[in-house]
Ligand binder design. Structure first.
Ligand code: NAP
Length: 475
C-alpha cells in the first residue's frame, strides 16, 4: 500500500507544507500521509470547477453515462485495494469494507443509468383564454459547481453518493473528505482521472475547518451536499448564503417489535443493525421498543447473540465488531453508558473497554429518557431495550427524538405496518427489517434534525438539477 497520498486539485496531484497523517483506529499505525490544501489550492479547485462546468454541462448524455460506467469498471478492478484502505483508515471490519465497495459499484452503475433519465414534461397551458395557443416544456439543467463534504464512517460510498449523481447531472464537484478517512477517495480520484474525467470536473482535497469554511461561504458553488453530524450540518446551512443545501445528518434509530413479531428474526436483524461497524452508522439501531408479551424472549435472544459477536482486529475476516474511530469516541461512549446506569438503566451485557479502541458490544434496558443514550446519537455498539403495552404509545415513544432518519417495525399486523408508515416521523420506515436497511438507489434522507433533501441517485440528481421552462406560442 502506498504511504504518501498527494491530493487531487484541478486535474493535478499536489502536496502542501501541512502533512495530514491518517492513523489506524485499531493499532494507531500510520496508514498513509496526505496533505491539507492551502488557500491557493482551494482557490484553484473552485476556479477549475467553474471552468469545467460549461464543458460538463454540454457533454452528451451518453458520454457522461459511459464515463460513470468506466469509473465503475476501474473501481471494480481495485476492489481489494479499496476494501483494505477502508478497513485500515476507518477500522471497519474487512467483510463490511468489501460490502461498501460493492455498494459503491451499484451507486456508480445506477448513476450511469439515471444520467439517461433526467427528463422533463410537456405542459398543456390552454388553461385560460389568454393562453390558448401556448405550450410549455420543462427540462432539467445542471445547477453548477457543487461542494461535497463527507464524514468518516463510509469513506467510499458516501462521497460516491454525491460525486456520481453530480457528474450524472453535468455538475463539477469539489469533495472535502473527512480528515480521519481521506485516503480512500484520493485513490478513487486517481481512478476517475484515469477513466477520462475532464480536469476540474472533480477535485478531492482535505482541508482544515478554516479551509472548509472558505469553501462553504464561496458563492461560486451552487449547492452544498453535506453528510455528517447534525451540529456541523446545520451550522453549514447557516453559513451557506444563497446556495442550495442538502443535509444528510445523524439519527438514533428506533425499532418497534410488536406482540405478533417473529421474535428470533427480529432479534437477529436488530443485532445485525445495531452493531455493524461498531454502531457507527447513522441508521444504526439505538432504541428498541418491545411489546410486553415478547419482551423477555426478545431480550434473552438479543443478549445471547450480542455475546457471540466476534470483537477484534478489523483486518481479520472473522471480526464482526471492530474499533470505534478514536479514543475520544471510546471515552464519550463509556461516559454515556455510565450516565444511563447512574440514572437507573440496567446493563444486560457488555460495555467494557477492551483496548485498541474496542468497546464490548452493550445491551441496556430501562435507559432513562433524559439520558444521552436515549435522546442523542450514540454512534456506538450499544442498543437499549424498552417495554411497551400499546402500539400507538410505542410510536409516540419512538418519535420522542430530535432525529428522524429511518425507523423499523417488526409486525405481522398490516394495520400496524401502515399506522407506523403514517405516524413515524422519519424519512424511511422499514417493516420487518432493521432500520439500517439501505439499497443505494432508494430515496434516503431525514426529517427533523436528521436533515434536508434526499439522496439515492435519482433523488440526488433532482436536487442537483433545476427545471427550466420553455413556452411556445403556436398562434
Ligand atoms: P462530522 O464531525 O460532522 O464531520 C463531517 C464532515 O464535516 C467532515 O469532513 C468534517 O471535516 C467536516 N467539518 C467539520 N467541521 C466543519 C466545518 N466547520 N465546516 C465545514 N466542514 C466541517 O461527522 P463525522 O464524525 O465525520 O461523522 C459522523 C456523523 O455523520 C454522525 O452524526 C452520522 O450520523 C453522520 N452520518 C450521516 C449519514 C446520513 O446519510 N444521514 C451517513 C453517515 C454519517 P474534518 O473531518 O476535517 O473535521
Amino acid at each position: 500500500m502506498q504511504s504518501s497520498y498527494p491530493f487531487f486539485v484541478a486535474g493535478r496531484w499536489e502536496t502542501s507544507n501541512q502533512p495530514l497523517p491518517v492513523l489506524s483506529p485499531y493499532d494507531g499505525s500510520t496508514v498513509g500521509v496526505t496533505y491539507v490544501a492551502n488557500d491557493r489550492q482551494i482557490e484553484d479547485a473552485i476556479e477549475s470547477a467553474v471552468a469545467a462546468y460549461p464543458r460538463l454541462r454540454a457533454m452528451p448524455t451518453y458520454v457522461r453515462a459511459d464515463l460513470l460506467c468506466e469509473i465503475r469498471t476501474r473501481l471494480r478492478a481495485a476492489r481489494d485495494l479499496l476494501a483494505q484502505l477502508i478497513t485500515r483508515e476507518s477500522g471497519k471490519p474487512i467483510t463490511e469494507a468489501y460490502a461498501e465497495v460493492d455498494r459503491c459499484l451499484l451507486t456508480f452503475e445506477t448513476a450511469a443509468e439515471e444520467a439517461k433519465r433526467v427528463v422533463g414534461e410537456v405542459l398543456p397551458l390552454d388553461l385560460a383564454p389568454s393562453a390558448l395557443c401556448h405550450v410549455g416544456i420543462t427540462r432539467r439543467f445542471p445547477i453548477g459547481p457543487i461542494l461535497a463534504i463527507t464524514p468518516f464512517n463510509f469513506p467510499l460510498n458516501l462521497p460516491a453518493h454525491k460525486v456520481a449523481p453530480a457528474l450524472a447531472a453535468g455538475n463539477p464537484v469539489v469533495l472535502k473528505p473527512s480528515s480521519k478517512t481521506p485516503l480512500t477517495w484520493l485513490k478513487v480520484a486517481e481512478l476517475c482521472h484515469e477513466a477520462g474525467l475532464p480536469p476540474g470536473a472533480l477535485s478531492v482535497l482535505p482541508a482544515t475547518s478554516e479551509g472548509a469554511d472558505r469553501l462553504v461561504r464561496d458563492d461560486r458553488f451552487k449547492l452544498i451536499t453535506f453528510t455528517g453530524s447534525a451540529p456541523v450540518g446545520w451550522q453549514i446551512k447557516a453559513r451557506a448564503g444563497r446556495k442550495r443545501v442538502l443535509l444528510e445528518l445523524g439519527g438514533n434509530a428506533g425499532v418497534i417489535v410488536d406482540s405478533d413479531a417473529d421474535v428470533s428474526f427480529a432479534a437477529e436483524r436488530v443485532v445485525a443493525g445495531g452493531y455493524a461497524f461498531a454502531g457507527q452508522v447513522c441508521i444504526s439501531v439505538q432504541r428498541t421498543f418491545i411489546h410486553r408479551d415478547v419482551f423477555d424472549d426478545f431480550a434473552r435472544d438479543v443478549v445471547r447473540r450480542v455475546r457471540q459477536l466476534k470483537v477484534g482486529d478489523p483486518e481479520d475476516p472473522q471480526t464482526e465488531v471492530g474499533p470505534v474511530i478514536d479514543a475520544d469516541a471510546v471515552q464519550r461512549i463509556i461516559t454515556w453508558i455510565q450516565e444511563a446506569v447512574t440514572g437507573g438503566a440496567t446493563l444486560l451485557t457488555g460495555g467494557r473497554v477492551l483496548g485498541h479502541n474496542l468497546i464490548e458490544p452493550a445491551v441496556l434496558m430501562n435507559v432513562p429518557p433524559a439520558s444521552k443514550l436515549y435522546c442523542a446519537e450514540a454512534f456506538a455498539p450499544v442498543v437499549s431495550l424498552f417495554r411497551f403495552d400499546d402500539f400507538d404509545r410505542a410510536i409516540e415513544r419512538l418519535n420522542e427524538s430530535p432525529y428522524g432518519l429511518q425507523a423499523a417495525v417488526f409486525t405481522r399486523n398490516l394495520e400496524h405496518a401502515f399506522a407506523a408508515f403514517e405516524k413515524i416521523e422519519a424519512g424511511g420506515v422499514i417493516v420487518n427489517d432493521s432500520p439500517s436497511f439501505r439499497i443505494d438507489p432508494m430515496p434516503y434522507g431525514g426529517m427533523k434534525e436528521s436533515g434536508l433533501g434526499r439522496e439515492g441517485l435519482r433523488y440526488a440528481i433532482q436536487e442537483m438539477t433545476e427545471p427550466k421552462l420553455l413556452v411556445i406560442n403556436r398562434r
